[in-house]
Write a protein that binds this ligand. Structure first.
Ligand SMILES: [Zn+2]
Ligand SMILES: [Zn+2]
Length: 406
């Protein structure tokens, strides 16, 4: 087998890996960095099939380019296929607003659905003498790793989460010869989740006690739903807004993919959904507002910050804030860019590590549980420390654009 990263090899983001095995070429993930302006991976060669691990833009934001160029079938789980067009239409919309060019247009997103092929956990796609199956990774509703079975077995993980969360069970190791695994948190550990949740709930209680509102920016897929479940046993007036609202509703169609589906459904019925500007006004008098964008770069969250910019209100970040985003600027300077004006945020600002990625020790445990001969560490910037702790196995640290033999 031979592999080549089109992006996301020695970096977090814009992932794409071409695998050549026998007479087949497969593409695993094809994402963009949703930065301003967006960053794209290298262009893909013609492939026989595309396998998508999950519905985050750094894993699927480039798919419409394939469709535009007469691309192959795109395999993913039903939840991933349902959420993908929402993210892609939004990407086209944002590019238009920001005057950025994309290598595709809205019509390509319209057409992409024809290339979609659903594959459920445990199911197999056959290609003559090669088969490919998909298994849960605990990262998002519907996130999957792919196992390619040729003479040797290869697993491509996408993003993985080891711990059980409210929405999902953690990833289970799978026997393989070659393991291509993410390494976003190489060299870093997460605090215990129970402590993070307790801290988060206490912080919200403080805000509500002083009659403030807790604004909680969250990524639309994954984070927003998990946070709702963290708030399950409270009686706060909770509002949800932006793409987080759309995605939370779409996921109601996939009971088999959610750990506590009945509880999730009940929670979605109990919270209040922002449907129009009048609702947005009402939300200002609620207790908690969960809203996109998670990095404060757009979406209704900016409106809430400008309306609620007062120390009695909370602004609780729940995800990693990438460089050059408003969220990162807030953490570093206390200000954000609101419609071109640097604005000091006077709210009670806190960050909580609700990461959906395995930490360093969990990555090592997962890798040894899979018993591979060869480990390819991708989707990471600090892979050396992790590589140094993997003994008795060949370790490959791929660079974008370099083809390597496995
Ligand atoms: Zn992800
Ligand atoms: Zn990722």
């Amino acid at each position: 087998m031979k592999a080549k990263f089109l992006g996301g090899g020695n970096e977090v983001g814009r992932l794409g890996m071409v695998l050549t095995t026998g007479k087949y070429k497969f593409l695993f993930d094809y994402g963009i960095n949703p930065t301003k302006p967006p960053e794209f991976p290298m262009l893909a060669p013609p492939v026989d099939a595309v396998f998508v691990t999950h519905s985050h833009l750094d894993h699927l934001g480039m798919l419409p380019w394939l469709t535009r160029n007469g691309g192959a079938n795109i395999y993913a789980t039903p939840p991933t296929l349902a959420v993908a067009p929402i993210l892609l239409y939004d990407t086209v919309k944002i590019a238009k607003i920001e005057n950025n060019t994309l290598p595709y247009e809205q019509i390509d997103v319209d057409n992409i659905i024809e290339a979609f092929q659903a594959i459920n956990y445990g199911e197999i796609v056959e290609f003559k003498d090669i088969s490919v199956s998909v298994h849960s990774t605990g990262h998002l509703v519907g996130s999957g790793m792919y196992q390619v079975s040729d003479d040797k077995k290869l697993v491509f993980t996408g993003d993985i989460q080891s711990i059980d969360t409210h929405m999902l069970y953690g990833i289970k190791p799978i026997d393989t010869d070659i393991l291509v695994v993410e390494s976003t948190y190489a060299g870093k550990e997460h605090p215990p989740r129970v402590a993070v949740e307790e801290n988060f709930l206490n912080s919200i209680a403080e805000v509500v006690e002083r009659e403030g509102v807790a604004v909680v920016p969250a990524f639309a897929t994954g984070r927003a739903q998990e946070l709702l479940m963290v708030l399950e046993n409270t009686d706060y007036e909770i509002w949800i807004d932006g793409m987080a609202r759309t995605v939370s509703n779409v996921l109601l169609s996939f009971p088999k993919y959610i750990k506590n589906f009945q509880r999730y459904k009940k929670m979605l019925r109990r919270i209040r959904i922002v449907r129009n500007n009048a609702d947005r006004e009402r939300a200002l008098h609620g207790d908690v507002i969960i809203t996109t964008g998670g990095m404060l770069d757009g979406g209704p969250v900016l409106n809430y910050i400008s309306q609620l910019n007062d120390p009695k209100n909370g602004l609780f970040l729940t995800g990693y804030q990438v460089e050059d985003t408003n969220g990162r600027m807030l953490l570093e300077t206390g200000s954000i860019d609101l419609a071109g004006v640097a604005t000091k945020v006077n709210m009670d600002i806190k960050s909580f590590d609700f990461s959906a990625h395995s930490g360093h020790k969990e990555l090592l445990e997962f890798i040894s549980g899979c018993k591979p001969d060869t480990v390819v560490l991708m989707h990471g910037e600090k892979r050396e420390q992790l590589a140094g702790e993997i003994t008795d196995r060949e370790v490959i640290l791929p660079k974008n654009g370099e083809e390597f033999e496995i």
